[in-house]
Design a binder for this molecule. Structure first.
Ligand SMILES: C[S@@+](CC[C@H](N)C(=O)[O-])C[C@H]1O[C@@H](n2cnc3c(N)ncnc32)[C@H](O)[C@@H]1O
Length: 262
């Protein structure tokens, strides 16, 4: 009997470790995107690649961006991948008015400022350590996503603080659910939704974004990752509203996109 129990424990441990090591692959196997996927080249012509040879395509001049590396010692969580950061940077080149929900370290804000034209303005809304004291979790909100909001709201200075492009950026420290969007109606060319990942916050940020987006504007959501616990509410909410709005998932990214001209 004891031998059988040991074998069972060993088997379960191996199963658990295999899952931990291959978490992404297992997730991809069981959880599929319910939102239609598109290649980035279908979103905007700017992403068309240059044919270099029979087996190699490369970036055209328009998609060369300014970027930087953040050292791993910083232990910043919830960042975009290199490919996602590149997509946002390229779209920033074509955008004069940009809005971001969720600044965190300011990685994406900085990229948007570096790559947009010199008159572009970027508004980024976020919570600092002082604002999270009064936050409360709604029943509908995922526990892990709520805890992440507290862990991510720790910055008062950002990666772009003190740089040449800081003057393009306006950071607003405010809870987005209290944020009055009425003075920003139809204003923005590009909106990046990457604030709180709880259901109540992502719903609030999305509804406000649809009002704030201009005629040819683009909304991007970060962290559409089916099966990832901390992204559960983002996935559920986007699956729901994609039945009414033409929201697409950009292939090989966790970005979802809505374009106002569609
Ligand atoms: C995932 S991080 C943002 C990462 C950042 N966009 C980037 O690309 O580096 C989430 C941010 O959203 C902010 N946030 C969470 N809930 C919020 C709320 N209700 N109102 C405003 N900001 C919120 C947090 O303070 C945190 O800075």
């Amino acid at each position: 009997m004891t031998k059988e129990i040991i074998i069972l424990i060993l088997f379960l441990t191996i199963l658990f470790l295999t899952y931990k090591i291959n978490k992404k692959k297992v997730r991809n196997l069981f959880y599929k995107s319910k939102i239609k996927q598109i290649d980035i080249s279908k979103l905007d012509k700017i992403f068309d690649e240059k044919l270099i040879s029979k087996n190699l395509k490369g970036p055209k001049e328009d998609t060369i961006i300014k970027s930087f590396i953040i050292s791993p010692q910083n232990k910043i969580v919830g960042m975009t991948s290199d490919y996602e950061a590149w997509i946002i940077s390229v779209l920033s080149k074509k955008s004069n008015n940009i809005f971001e929900f969720g600044t965190c370290s300011g990685k994406t804000t900085y990229l948007m400022a570096l790559n947009s034209n010199k008159d572009a303005k970027i508004t980024s809304l976020t919570l600092g350590p002082d604002q999270v004291k009064n936050l409360s979790k709604k029943n509908i909100d995922n526990k892990i996503s709520f805890r992440n909001i507290l862990n991510e709201s720790v910055y008062e200075k950002f990666l772009f603080s003190g740089t040449d492009v800081e003057n393009k950026i306006n950071v607003i420290f405010e809870d987005s659910t209290k944020f009055d969007e009425s003075k920003y109606i139809n204003k923005f060319d590009l909106i990046f939704i990457d604030g709180g990942h709880t259901y109540s916050v992502v719903k609030n940020d999305t509804e406000k974004s649809f009002k704030m987006l201009n005629k040819n504007g683009i909304i991007l959501w970060h962290d559409y990752v089916p099966g990832k616990q901390s992204a559960k509410n983002v996935v559920n909410y986007l699956n729901e509203i994609s039945k009414e709005k033409k929201i697409l998932n950009i292939r090989n990214t966790s970005l979802c996109v809505f374009r106002n001209s569609d």
